[in-house]
Structures are given as structure tokens and as C-alpha cells.
Design a protein around this ligand. Structure first.
Ligand code: NAD
Length: 495
């Protein structure tokens, strides 16, 4: 159990400038240029990170390729690789508080959530895939006598992983864990606004024994570093979590270069559907408030559309608003905070713009809607609820990625399904009902990768996570994620 005093002791700790990690060495960018890291807690410069160049990204690819080709990782006995990754997970856990506080100062997530979802979940993920390493079997095909058909599972090669700012360690581990467990080399590109804790976590990976060149990190501008990786002829797999706009560019770059595999985890506009027969409407309201407002709504699966049965609409919205009002917004390094900072100034402005647009289109501002705690210099926003949002309104269709909830009433199950499926996204959804038959009908009817029933959020590494429609393709987490990083090779042998 972490005490507030332990967090406070690290609150103002000096932060060293971040370098690149290429071929096992920490180094500056080829140009020597750096980017300022602005803390969303107070708008002040926290430190700098290396502004990686095209040359740096290319050097990282060359080092990853050399490491893959000479087999320094993939040809180690599975038990040896497992030992290294288990040690890495132990080191992440041993440094969990330091990693969490550093990450919060960089990205603004409330520390209570960061402690659990960042180092805690990253360590669990690395450990899960470490344990899988010596349990990946090939196959013997049921061929006719006289022939032997073997199916080998082989690492694909060089993996480039580009990740966003909302949960850098957790999402980073979702990519690095299975990619490294399968025997590949990795180049990680963190977000410009959440690189620090990932750099530290990857340095721990090298300390645990991941060989030089097998795990590289190149920080910097996405349009430079990320684009170079995407266009590289020597990257075999591109895995990405982030916005749809960037995802499209990666698909294009893949098609224009070597047609590398490209797996995308994109945004969402997830519908949280509350029926009047929910087992406990008060609990549904409290959980639904957390489902949109934790981490200031900067959660890809956030239940950002509340669809609520008309007969309980007013009472439910009132209960949800009361639960939201009880959530403390503010200092992300306080254990009492339930909704921390918005990651950056541009995102805060965009959130506020969404609120204006929603009202201009006929939505009713029920609660919140404004920037708060501006005197801190940081980026904070009130949990915001907009009612009377229609199916085609901007707020029903576009992802905010902030603490803004769109509320729409429905009359019956058929209308709920129609509304829920009426966006380009298909990441997650929620259903609140006491009717078992309806729960199963809704699970089938919602066109999403994840459906929560009588809860919202929280699944662990054992289940796949991914979207359908324009929320992406492929899955992070679970043993299924390994498929992205493995090739099947058939050996056909005449006996
Ligand atoms: P973003 O697309 O702006 O950036 C994500 C990453 O892509 C960053 O590392 C960035 O540097 C890099 N990048 C930017 N431009 C690039 C380019 N031209 N080529 C290559 N790389 C480039 O997204 P963001 O603002 O960091 O994150 C928010 C988005 O991520 C939201 O849409 C959110 O829903 C989504 N997200 C999805 C999931 C999921 O699992 N589906 C999880 C978390 C976040």
C-alpha cells in the first residue's frame, strides 16, 4: 500500500534528460536536438527528451535487424529468454512507485490509477508473456502416410511499436511483451508527451538482460521518427495504438514500402447502454461516471456515449452527475484525486471546443463544461455531461478523448442497438440489465471488440483487446496477441 508521503518525496525529484536507446547504448539524437517536456500538472518544463531524426530511426532499425539476424535473442533457449523477461517484470515492480510518479508528472494521469494501470499492469503483462515463451508449440499436420507436415512458429523479425500518451507503460508492455516473447527485435516509439517512464522501463529491460539491439527506443516527433519506421523496408511488423488519422498514414506507408503487417488499435466512441431493469441503477451510475471520467476521459474504451432508457433517463442522469461531482479533479500526484490532468494544452482546447459545438448543435450542458484550476498553470477540465445529444450530432460521432459524456435517451432494445452501432467506431460498449437473455442478445448485437455487462472497464491481460470497424484490427493482450508477432512455416517431408 503506497502512502501519500512516499509520493510526495518523489514529487519534485530532478528528472534527467531522456536519451535514445539504440543498440544497447543511451545516446543523443544525431542532430543533438531535444524537445521540451511540459508537465500537464503545472505547464512547466519538466526536462527534455532527444528529438530523434530519420537517421536515428534508421540506425535503430539497422541495429534491430542485426540483432535478429545473428539470433542473439531468438536463438537463446526459451527458458533463458523467459528468465530475462521475468527479471524485467520483477525490476518494473521493484521500481513501480518511481515509474508511476515519473509517468504522472509527464502525462497527468491520477496516481491512484497510474500505480495500478501503469507499472502494475506492465509488470503483469511482461510476466504473462514470459511465462508463455516455453509453451508455444508447433504442429504436426494430419497428413497421409508417407509424408510429414510440420508447422513451425517463427518470429517475424523487426517490430516497430508506436504508442500513445494515455497509458504508456501498459500499452507499451502490450506490444513489447508478446513481440519479445516470440523472439523478435523491437523499436519502440513513445508519444512526444509520455516518453519518460517508458525510457526508464526499457532501460530496466536491458538491465534484466535483453541483449543490445533487441530493444531500442527512439523518442521524438511522430511525423519524423514514426513515419521513418512506417516507411522502412526493413521493418516487418508495425503495431500501433493511437488516433485513426495516424493509423491511416501507417497503412499508406506500409502499402508504399514493403507491405509490412500493420496492426492498429485506434479510437472509440463507446456506448454504455443502461436499461431500466439494471440490477442496481445507483451502482450503474457510479461505475458509469468512473467509466468516462477516470484519467480525464483519456481512455480509448471510455464509455463516452451514455444511452439510457427513457423511463429512467432523468433519475439516472441525476445520479451519474452526483457521482461525477463527487470525483475529485486536480493534483494528479494526490491519492485523493480521481480525475487528473488533461495531457496537453492542445487537447484541452479541443475538449472545450467539443463542448461549444455540442451546445451549438442543440445539446444541453447539464454539468461541467469548463477548464478548472487554471491558476496552477496545469491543464484540468471539469467532468462534463451533455444531454439531448442526437444520433448524428458531432458529440455522438467524434471521439473527444476527454472528460465529456454525451447522453441520449432510447425507447426500446431495438433503438438502443441502432444508436449504439451508429458510429464508425467499434471498440467497446457496456450493457446494464437484469435480463440474462437481453444481456446475451446485446453482446451479439453490439458491433464492438469488447462488451462489458453490469460493469465498465477493468479486464486483465488474459482477454484480447481490440476494435472492429474504424477502431482497428488485431488484438493486444491474451495469447492471441502472439499471432501478430509469429509467422507459420510449413515443412513438407517425404518419408
Ligand atoms: P496519435 O495518433 O496522435 O499519436 C500516437 C503515436 O503516433 C505517438 O507516438 C505519435 O508520436 C505517433 N505519430 C504521430 N504522427 C505520426 C505519423 N505521421 N507517423 C507515425 N507515427 C506518428 O494519438 P495520441 O493523441 O497519442 O493518442 C490518442 C488516441 O489514441 C485516441 O484516438 C485514442 O482513442 C487512441 N487510443 C487507442 C487505444 C486502443 O487500444 N484502441 C488505446 C489508447 C489510445
Amino acid at each position: 500500500m503506497v502512502e501519500q508521503s512516499q509520493i510526495d518525496a518523489l514529487r519534485d525529484a530532478p528528472v534527467t534528460a531522456g536519451g535514445l536507446i539504440i543498440n544497447g547504448e543511451v545516446c543523443p539524437s544525431a542532430s543533438g536536438e531535444v524537445m521540451e517536456v511540459i508537465s500537464p500538472l503545472n505547464g512547466q518544463v519538466l526536462t527534455t527528451i532527444a528529438a530523434g531524426t530519420t537517421q536515428d530511426a534508421t540506425r535503430a532499425v539497422t541495429s534491430a535487424r542485426a540483432a535478429f539476424d545473428d539470433g542473439r535473442w531468438r536463438n537463446q533457449p526459451p527458458a533463458a529468454r523467459k528468465k530475462v523477461m521475468l527479471k524485467w517484470a520483477d525490476l518494473i515492480e521493484a521500481n513501480a512507485l518511481e515509474l508511476a510518479v515519473l509517468g504522472v508528472r509527464d502525462n497527468g494521469t491520477e496516481i491512484g490509477m497510474a500505480l495500478k494501470a501503469e507499472p502494475g499492469s506492465a509488470a503483469a503483462t511482461i510476466r504473462y508473456y514470459a511465462e508463455a515463451i516455453d509453451k508455444i508449440y508447433g504442429e504436426i499436420a494430419p497428413t497421409a502416410p508417407g509424408f510429414l507436415g510440420l508447422v513451425h512458429k517463427e518470429p517475424v523479425g523487426v517490430v516497430a511499436a508506436i504508442v500513445p500518451w494515455n497509458f504508456p507503460l501498459m500499452i507499451g508492455a502490450w506490444k513489447m511483451g508478446p513481440a519479445l516473447a516470440a523472439g523478435n527485435s523491437v523499436i519502440l516509439k513513445p508519444s512526444e508527451t509520455a516518453s519518460l517512464s517508458l525510457l526508464r522501463m526499457c532501460a530496466l529491460g536491458l538491465e534484466a538482460g535483453i541483449p543490445a539491439g533487441v530493444l531500442n527506443v527512439v523518442t521524438g516527433d511522430g511525423a519524423v521518427v514514426g513515419a521513418t519506421l512506417a516507411q522502412s523496408m526493413d521493418v516487418d511488423v508495425m503495431v500501433f495504438t493511437g488516433s485513426g488519422a495516424t493509423g491511416r498514414k501507417l497503412l499508406e506507408a506500409s502499402a508504399r514500402s514493403n507491405m509490412k503487417r500493420c496492426y492498429l488499435e485506434l479510437g472509440g466512441k463507446s456506448a454504455n447502454v443502461v436499461f431500466a431493469d439494471a440490477p442496481n441503477l445507483q451502482e450503474a451510475a457510479t461505475v458509469s461516471a468512473a467509466g468516462i471520467f477516470r484519467n480525464s476521459g483519456q481512455v480509448c474504451v471510455a464509455g463516452s456515449r451514455l444511452l439510457v432508457e427513457a423511463s429512467v433517463h432523468d433519475a439516472f442522469v441525476e445520479a451519474l452527475a452526483a457521482a461525477a461531482a463527487k470525483m475529485t479533479v486536480g493534483d494528479p500526484l494526490s491519492l485523493a484525486t480521481q480525475s487528473g490532468a488533461i495531457n496537453n494544452a492542445v487537447q484541452l482546447d479541443q475538449n472545450l471546443q467539443f463542448v461549444e459545438t455540442a451546445q451549438a448543435e442543440g445539446g444541453t450542458l447539464y454539468q461541467g463544461g469548463a477548464r478548472t484550476l487554471a491558476d496552477t498553470g496545469g491543464y484540468y477540465m471539469e467532468p462534463t455531461i451533455i444531454t439531448d445529444v442526437r444520433e448524428t450530432d458531432t458529440l455522438a460521432q467524434k471521439e473527444v478523448f476527454g472528460p465529456v459524456l454525451a447522453v441520449t435517451a432510447f425507447e426500446d432494445e431495438a433503438e438502443a442497438v441502432k444508436l449504439a452501432n451508429s458510429t464508425d467506431y467499434g471498440l467497446a460498449g457496456g450493457v446494464w440489465t437484469s435480463d440474462l437473455g437481453r444481456a446475451h442478445r446485446m453482446i451479439r448485437a453490439l458491433h464492438t471488440g469488447v462488451v462489458h455487462v453490469n460493469t465498465y472497464g477493468g479486464p486483465d491481460v488474459t482477454v484480447p483487446m481490440g476494435g472492429v470497424k474504424q477502431s482497428g484490427n488485431g488484438h493486444d493482450k491474451s495469447l492471441h496477441a502472439l499471432d501478430k508477432y509469429l509467422d507459420l512455416k510449413t515443412a513438407w517431408i517425404k518419408l
